[in-house]
Ligand binder design. Structure first.
Ligand SMILES: *[C@@H]1O[C@H](CO)[C@@H](O)[C@H](O)[C@H]1NC(C)=O
Ligand SMILES: *[C@@H]1O[C@H](CO)[C@@H](O)[C@H](O)[C@H]1NC(C)=O
Length: 624
């Protein structure tokens, strides 16, 4: 009896007690082996990633006491690694940090780490904070990141490609600004502010400007659904997106088919009977490329709606569909609407202006476009390449000039170490602008005006070549209105009557010259109290005979240019005289600027294109 009991007891004790004792031992051993593995991962990392600052990760001391390393409270695992500004450089090797699978915080910001973010980062299934901003990481983002993440900062790297639709349900802060990412922002990340995405010129969609949605009228179905993230599950979004994409695809194919059939039919038809009429139409259109079709058949009317009208001499080869698919970035909001930089799928770069508040009818609009489109073939004019007109959208397509406007070069970051435009450059820009404007006046006819001369509409290339843009658009709007941000450039009679003329363009050009000379803005800029009426200010200063005071201080370091500056000032003042009839003509202006500083031209070898006949610069100030 007793034996039996003992036997039973000892069996029981074996069954129960042995595991009770062994299990904790086992756990302890596993724990220490994990810490040991963390240690080895860290050592592998330190050995393969050069670093400027010494880490002093001493093999004989405990991992948990190492610089930048934090362990869990029971010292069982490494849970944080913080090495900001440690001078780490080169790639992060796989199988090093990726093995720290208990890590909650990984901060490697402000180093020189480069190449891809290793994919094994997704093994860190407890990671909450990933801060690797201010490095040189490149390549695509990993397709998956730990779903435990709460803070992700990847800003100021060189990451490229599209942002994958990361599934990060706990994410509170996300910053991927200042990389080279492109494409649209996934739905799940659209709740973050635009500063989270800024500085990726090819990124688009909420919260950034839409991805080429400038064609989508309120009546047409949206290209991509953009519901508030909280109201719909992501699977819902996905299926809606897929459905819309499929529908759009089918629609596109159908429309292309219809267009193809139509074009074939028309080719036949025009070859037979309509040749004469079409030829007539073409010549009266000033040779614009008609991708369109006749208005008689009903299908043609559909095609007509989606017609992008190109002008002759334009080498672009895309259509509305292509523009629709392009990614777009807002360049700026101008007097007449918003300008976008659009990147087509084949990499073509164009500027698309979306015109608001057009008050005239389609016919008049097209007539004005014809006039504008035919002003071209001049090196100082930015030509209109194509336009689009529908009830809800009016679009203009231009070449992209990458470097910026005169206004930008003249006024942006004056304080902060910018290289100022020197006198040579300013003369070159003044001359280019004068030539461009004279060409516009000549080609457009005596009634045609630029209507919006100001420094932000003078584009300047790397070589300081000038392109005058944004001309001839005022007649599209009926408001007695001159764009508000043109205030400082408006001629007195323009303010009174609201009617622009070539004379009022000359006035605006004169203000532009004053801007070049004084370095002062003619429109109020944010945070500065600039003088609005430059001509009046200059007159008052000159009357007091402190002429030198009017010139831009940035020009004062250049020797021997004062005479030229005074002459330029006289030209400017002769453009801004009150009476329109007494103002210079653009041709005179060109001649006078060309002759500027003629007597000592040997000092200025780069101004090769100055005319040789030396007309004395009269002083228009004294004349009028
Ligand atoms: C950044 O990385 C690229 C290659 O990925 C390299 O060519 C470049 O030198 C790196 N720049 C710096 C500052 O480390
Ligand atoms: C993202 O980082 C940039 C640069 O550090 C900063 O200017 C911006 O405010 C940040 N945005 C957010 C939402 O954290």
């Amino acid at each position: 009896m007793m034996d039996q009991f003992n036997l039973r007891y000892s069996r029981l004790s074996k069954l129960v007690l042995v595991p009770l004792i062994i299990l904790p031992l086992l756990i302890l051993q596993i724990a220490s082996s994990d810490l040991d593995s963390d240690r080895q991962s860290l050592i592998a990392f330190a050995n393969s990633v050069p670093h400027v600052r010494e880490l002093n990760w001493n093999a004989s001391s405990s991992v948990c006491s190492w610089f930048g390393v934090t362990c869990a409270s029971d010292s069982s695992r490494v849970i944080a690694l913080r090495l900001p500004g440690t001078g780490l450089y080169g790639p992060i090797p796989a199988n090093t940090l990726g093995k720290l699978d208990a890590l909650r915080t990984l901060s490697l910001r402000s180093n020189f780490l480069s190449e891809n973010i290793p994919a094994d980062i997704s093994n860190m299934t407890f990671l909450e904070n990933l801060s690797v901003q201010n490095n040189n990481l490149s390549g695509n983002l990993p397709i998956s990141l730990p779903s435990s993440l709460i803070v992700v900062d990847l800003s100021f790297n060189s990451l490229s490609g599209q942002i994958p639709d990361l599934n990060l349900p706990k994410l509170k802060r996300f910053n991927i600004s200042n990389n080279n990412l492109n494409g649209s922002i996934p739905n799940s990340l659209q709740k973050f502010p635009n500063t989270s995405f800024a500085g990726n010129s090819l990124l688009c969609g909420t919260p950034l400007p839409p991805c080429s949605r400038f064609f989508l009228s309120p009546s047409s179905p949206p290209l991509e659904s953009s519901p508030t993230p909280s109201t719909r599950s992501s699977t819902n979004n996905l299926s809606t997106g897929v459905i819309i994409a499929i529908a759009a695809g089918i629609l596109t194919v159908l429309m292309l088919l219809a267009l193809f059939v139509l074009v074939c039919m028309l080719r036949k038809k025009s070859n037979q009977s309509n040749g004469v009429r079409r030829a007539k139409e073409k010549s009266s259109n000033g040779g614009r490329i008609e991708k369109a079709v006749e208005k008689s058949s009903s299908g043609a009317r559909e095609a007509e709606k989606n017609k992008l009208v190109f002008f002759e001499g334009c080498s672009y080869n895309f259509d509305l569909e292509d523009l629709l698919r392009a990614s777009a970035e807002v360049l700026g909001k101008g007097s007449y609407g918003t300008a976008y930089k659009a990147v087509l799928e084949d990499g073509t770069l164009v500027v698309v202006k979306r015109i608001k508040d057009v008050t005239i009818g389609k016919r008049e609009f097209e007539q004005q476009m014809e006039i504008i489109g035919n002003i071209r073939k001049h090196p100082n004019v930015l030509p209109l390449r194509a336009y689009y007109h529908s009830k809800d959208e009016k679009l203009l397509v231009f070449d992209h000039v990458p470097t910026g406007s005169l206004g930008f070069h003249l006024h942006a970051n004056r304080e902060s170490g910018r290289t100022p435009l020197n006198w040579e450059s300013r003369v070159k820009i003044a001359l280019g602008t004068a030539r461009g404007l004279a060409h516009i006046h000549k080609e457009g006819g005596s009634k045609f005006t630029h209507g919006n001369i100001k420094s932000s509409n003078i584009l300047v290339t790397q070589e300081l070549d000038t392109r005058v843009t944004d001309f001839g658009l005022a007649p599209l709007m009926n408001f007695p209105a001159i764009p508000r941000n043109m205030v400082g450039y408006r001629a007195p009679e323009l303010i009174e009557t609201g009617k622009s003329s070539q004379k009022s363009d000359v006035y605006s050009f004169g203000v532009l010259l004053l801007e070049l000379l004084t370095g002062k803005a003619a429109v109020p800029s944010i945070g500065s109290e600039e003088i609005l009426d430059l001509p009046r200010w200059v007159q008052s200063v000159v009357r007091e005979e402190w002429t030198a005071e009017v010139f831009d201080a940035e020009l004062m370091n250049y020797p021997k240019i004062e005479d030229e500056m005074v002459h330029m000032l006289q030209i400017a003042m002769a453009c801004v005289v009150k009476s329109p009839d007494q103002r210079l003509k653009m041709d005179d202006v060109i001649k006078m600027i060309t002759d500027l500083g003629q007597p000592d031209s040997e000092n200025r070898p780069s101004s090769e294109d100055r005319s040789k006949d030396s007309t004395l610069v009269t002083s228009p100030l004294e004349e009028t």
